[in-house]
Ligand binder design. Structure first.
Ligand SMILES: C[S@@+](CC[C@H](N)C(=O)[O-])C[C@H]1O[C@@H](n2cnc3c(N)ncnc32)[C@H](O)[C@@H]1O
Length: 266
């Protein structure tokens, strides 16, 4: 299969902003370059709540992962996993399911470098692959996970890096079809429904020169991705509204209309 240009972006490109490093900057990490900080900061300067939205998304990811582990799942496939940022998915999962296995997948070489440098424990592996290439991802996952048992599939803050004219529905269906019944999907994605047009354009521009440009999707299209899955309560909501915990930081103050989040069961 030939991949679109974006999928083949040179991963060692230090001259262009990289969404993995931009997100690391927004989360308060230290694995970004000046070019990433400049792009992310331009967005934050214009819309100060963007940094809070990134943190709310990360907090949703960890709550969702814990809920899936509590539902009995002890193996996870995290696609678009991002640069490690403690606590990581495997840390949270293993609090509930010690010895749980996690396959981290990302298209960006810097992510895999950082996973390697972090010294992942046994049963936690990183794979460089593109979300569009479900066959490679499932093959790699199958070498570590038992795909005849339920898997927690994570597609958190990654789908908005796929172009709107691509077959996102097919990508999600191919992953779902490769997983056992009882598997769960946690997802979040930039949702265009309530974002003012000027903010959409500014956000797209901030990522325009990046290795992977961003675009938000209409809620109707996002809900179409859920075919074949049961959407668990409370449904598709802003990340901080997905089963909030009382000790969460006050992310509710963030204007997070940009992101919708949900957990589903196959
Ligand atoms: C905003 S970060 C999200 C990280 C993590 N999932 C989270 O929510 O905390 C998005 C990640 O998706 C990765 N990514 C973007 N497009 C991708 C693709 N087509 N295939 C795999 N990973 C991709 C980026 O490299 C980046 O690390």
């Amino acid at each position: 299969m030939s991949l679109p240009h974006e999928a083949m972006a040179p991963e060692d490109d230090t001259l262009r902003p990289d969404p993995a490093r931009m997100y690391d900057y927004m989360l308060g990490g230290d694995h970004y370059l000046p070019v990433d900080r400049a792009a992310a900061q331009s967005l934050i300067d214009m819309y100060p709540t963007v940094g809070l939205t990134a943190k709310a998304n990360r907090a949703f990811l960890l709550r969702a992962v814990r809920a899936i582990a509590e539902a009995g799942v002890d193996q996870f496939l995290d696609i678009g996993c991002g640069i490690p940022h403690a606590p990581n998915v495997h840390d949270v999962v293993r609090e509930v399911r010690p010895g749980a296995k996690v396959v981290y997948v990302d298209a960006s070489a810097v992510v895999l470098e950082r996973i390697g440098a972090s010294g992942p424990p046994e049963g936690v592996v990183g794979v460089q692959a593109d979300l569009r290439d479900s066959r490679t991802i499932l093959e790699a996952a199958g070498r570590v996970l038992d795909l005849s048992r339920p898997v927690g599939l994570l597609l958190v803050a990654v789908l908005h890096f796929i172009r709107e004219d691509e077959d996102i529905e097919g990508m999600i269906a191919a992953l779902r079809d490769g997983l056992a019944p009882g598997s769960h999907l946690a997802m979040s994605v930039a949702c265009a429904d309530e974002i003012p047009q000027d903010k959409i354009e500014f956000g797209k521009a901030a990522y325009q020169g990046a290795t992977r440009p961003i675009r938000p999707f209409p809620g109707d299209r996002i809900r179409g991705w859920f075919e074949g899955w049961d959407v668990l309560p409370p449904g598709l909501v802003q990340p901080s509204l997905w089963r909030p915990e009382t000790d969460d930081p006050p992310y509710m103050e963030a204007r997070e209309e940009v992101v919708g989040a949900a957990v589903l069961r196959a």
